[in-house]
Design a protein around this ligand. Structure first.
Ligand SMILES: [Zn+2]
Ligand SMILES: [Zn+2]
Length: 393
C-alpha cells in the first residue's frame, strides 16, 4: 500500500516536472520580437506609454523618481500615474518631458474604479459623495479638458457595476494586474518556474481579453471609446504587515503592457499631445512583452487624408485601412466591423478598402511555434481603438 502511494506520487512529480520543462521551453519561444526590421511607411509616429501606475503615495512600492527612472530604462514616451484616491503627484510631474508624466488618480466610486485625469484635487480619505457623485466628477474633468477611463471593468472583485457614461473616453481592454487571475494554478506554476530563467517569464499568462473587447464593441456602437492597455503597476507584493517584495518591478510592468498613441509625425509628443491622443482614442493597446508596439502601424487613408485609430471618417468610395508590421513577422491581422470579424490576412502590409458604414477595429496576433507539437499558436499582440465610418446626417 505504502509502496503504491510512493509510486503514484513519484509518477505525479515526474509528470509535473515534464510539464514544467515544456513550459520552460515554450517560454523560451515567447521572447519579444524586436528585430529592428521596420519597413513602415506610416504617416504617423507612435508614442509608447504605461498607463495606471501606483506610487508609494498609495499602495505602490516606488517614489516618483524610481518610477520615472523605470520609464526611462524601458524607453517609454509617457506615463500616467494614478494613485488610489490621491492626486498628490499632479504638481510634481507637470512639465516633465523625459518621459512626459501625467498624474491623475484612480478613484474608488460606487460604480467601480475610474482613472480620472484633470478632475478635482483629491487626497486620501476621498469620498465620492463629498464631490457630488460621478457626474459632478466628470463635469470637473471636462472643465479641465481631462479624460476618464474605466479601470478593469471585469475585475473579479472590483468590476464596473454601472452603465458607462458617454463622457468616458476609454476602457481598459487590458489590465496586467487582472490578466493573470483567470489562469489555472498549473499555468501560474509554470510561469513562476520560468522566472529565474527568463525576463519575459510572465508572457505565457497574457491572453486575448475577450470580454473587454466585447464591451469595447458594444460601447463603440453608441460613443467613441478608446482601447487602453494598463499596467496597474504596484511593484509590490505584501509579505507581512511591514514587509513587501518589489515584484514585479516597475520595469517589468512597463515592458508587459503598453498603450501606444498614434500621433502626427510632426507632433512634439508633449503632455498636451499625449492628453489629446488619449482623449480622442488615437490608441493601440497591447502586450509590449511580445514586441514593441511601435513596430505596428494602423491608420486609415481617407479622402480627408490619413487618419489614426479613434477617427471618424465618411464611408463611400476611397477609404483604405492600412496595417503594417515589419516584413517577415508571422502575423495574423483581423478586421472587425461592429464586433464581427470580417477579414483576416497574414500580410505584413495590408490595404483593405472599407466602404460601408460601421465601426471598425483591428487585432494583430503573432503566430509562434509552441511545444509539444510545434504548431503555430496565435498570440494576441495588439488591439486598435475603433475607426468610425458614419454617414453624414
Ligand atoms: Zn483598481
Ligand atoms: Zn490600480
Amino acid at each position: 500500500m505504502k509502496r503504491a502511494i510512493l509510486t503514484i506520487s513519484a509518477i505525479f512529480l515526474l509528470l509535473l516536472f515534464i510539464n514544467l520543462l515544456i513550459g520552460l521551453a515554450n517560454t523560451a519561444l515567447l521572447a519579444p520580437w524586436n528585430h529592428g526590421a521596420r519597413v513602415l511607411e506610416s504617416p504617423f509616429k507612435t508614442l509608447s506609454g504605461a498607463v495606471h501606475i501606483h506610487s508609494r503615495h498609495s499602495d505602490g512600492s516606488g517614489w516618483l523618481s524610481r518610477i520615472q527612472q523605470a520609464a526611462r530604462n524601458t524607453g517609454l514616451d509617457f506615463i500616467l500615474l494614478t494613485d488610489h484616491n490621491d492626486t498628490v503627484l499632479a504638481d510634481s510631474v507637470s512639465g516633465s518631458t523625459e518621459p512626459v508624466m501625467l498624474a491623475g488618480a484612480e478613484l474608488s466610486l460606487q460604480a467601480g474604479h475610474l482613472l480620472l485625469y484633470g478632475g478635482p484635487r483629491v487626497r486620501d480619505g476621498f469620498r465620492e459623495q463629498d464631490f457630488g457623485g460621478q457626474q459632478a466628477l466628470l463635469d470637473s474633468m471636462e472643465q479641465n479638458s481631462g479624460f476618464a477611463i474605466v479601470a478593469h471593468p471585469f475585475h473579479p472583485k472590483i468590476s464596473w457595476k454601472d452603465s458607462i457614461s458617454r463622457r468616458i473616453a476609454g476602457i481598459e481592454v487590458i489590465n496586467a494586474d487582472v490578466e493573470w487571475r483567470n489562469d489555472s494554478p498549473l499555468k501560474l506554476l509554470r510561469a513562476i518556474f520560468a522566472l529565474p530563467f527568463y525576463d519575459h517569464a510572465m508572457n505565457s499568462l497574457l491572453d486575448m481579453p475577450h470580454k473587454e473587447l466585447a464591451l469595447l464593441d458594444s460601447l463603440s456602437q453608441r460613443q467613441p471609446v478608446a482601447a487602453i492597455g494598463s499596467v496597474d503597476a504596484h511593484a509590490r507584493i505584501k509579505l507581512s504587515k511591514t514587509m513587501f517584495w518589489r515584484f514585479p518591478s516597475y520595469e517589468k510592468n512597463f515592458r508587459l503592457v503598453q498603450t501606444a498613441l498614434v500621433v502626427p509625425d510632426s507632433s512634439t509628443g508633449d503632455s498636451t499631445a499625449v492628453v489629446e491622443a488619449l482623449k480622442r482614442g488615437n490608441t493601440i493597446a497591447g502586450y509590449a512583452a511580445f514586441g514593441d508596439l511601435r513596430q505596428i502601424s494602423i491608420w486609415l487613408d481617407s479622402t480627408d487624408g490619413p487618419l489614426p485609430p479613434g477617427s471618424v471618417a465618411t464611408p463611400g468610395e476611397g477609404p483604405v485601412l492600412r496595417v503594417q508590421t515589419p516584413a517577415g513577422y508571422a502575423v495574423s491581422v483581423r478586421l472587425y466591423q461592429n464586433g464581427i470579424r470580417i477579414r483576416e490576412s497574414n500580410s505584413n502590409d495590408i490595404r483593405w478598402p472599407v466602404e460601408k458604414p460601421g465601426v471598425y477595429r483591428v487585432v494583430v496576433l503573432q503566430l509562434r511555434r509552441q511545444f509539444p507539437f510545434l504548431s503555430r499558436s496565435e498570440i494576441a499582440w495588439a488591439f486598435s481603438s475603433p475607426f468610425y465610418m458614419h454617414s453624414p446626417e
